[in-house]
Design a protein around this ligand. Structure first.
Ligand code: DQA
Length: 145
């Protein structure tokens, strides 16, 4: 079963971006890890990253059309994009929200709300890169995926 792992803005710099918060794994390494973890769960994982909100919307719209399960780290868009909210609302296959850090425990109050959570079957936050493995495990175990 195909699964999309979609990463939003600034996550392309993983490994170099504030490693004290987001760790040292690069986005390329994350892509490889997700494919390997996916194989273990019998999932065909494709990981993408974009800094362009419209591109993420196009991917989410296609996932709605194709009924593809999605693991989504919408990064900063999580906290304010009503367009992402509307796109997530259209998904019919399971959606799992992932954050590498735990936004609810961070000092900036803008991180304490999420437009994604209402549409997600689960939220995985604060587990670092391993959160993506957990999210794939949840997708694998959720009916409809
Ligand atoms: C993030 C948390 C967000 O608050 C932040 O804007 C990000 C990454 C995370 O994975 O911890 O870019 O989604």
């Amino acid at each position: 079963r195909k699964v999309l792992v979609l990463n939003g803005p600034n996550l392309g710099r993983l490994g170099r971006r504030q490693p004290e918060i987001y760790g040292h794994t690069t986005h390329e390494q994350l892509a490889e890890l997700c494919r390997t973890w996916g194989t273990g769960f019998d999932l065909d994982v494709e990981l993408r990253q974009t800094n362009h909100e419209g591109e993420l919307l196009d991917w989410l719209n296609a996932a709605a059309d194709d009924e593809t399960p999605v693991v989504l780290n919408a990064a900063a868009w999580t906290h304010y994009s009503w367009a992402i909210f509307d796109a997530c609302a259209q998904l019919t296959a399971p959606l799992v929200e992932v954050h590498i850090s735990d936004p609810s425990q961070r000092p900036e109050t803008f991180r304490h709300t999420s437009v994604v959570t209402e549409h997600a079957v689960a939220v995985v936050a604060g587990m670092g890169i391993d959160g993506y493995r957990r999210a794939l495990e949840i997708i694998a175990g959720t009916p409809g995926s």
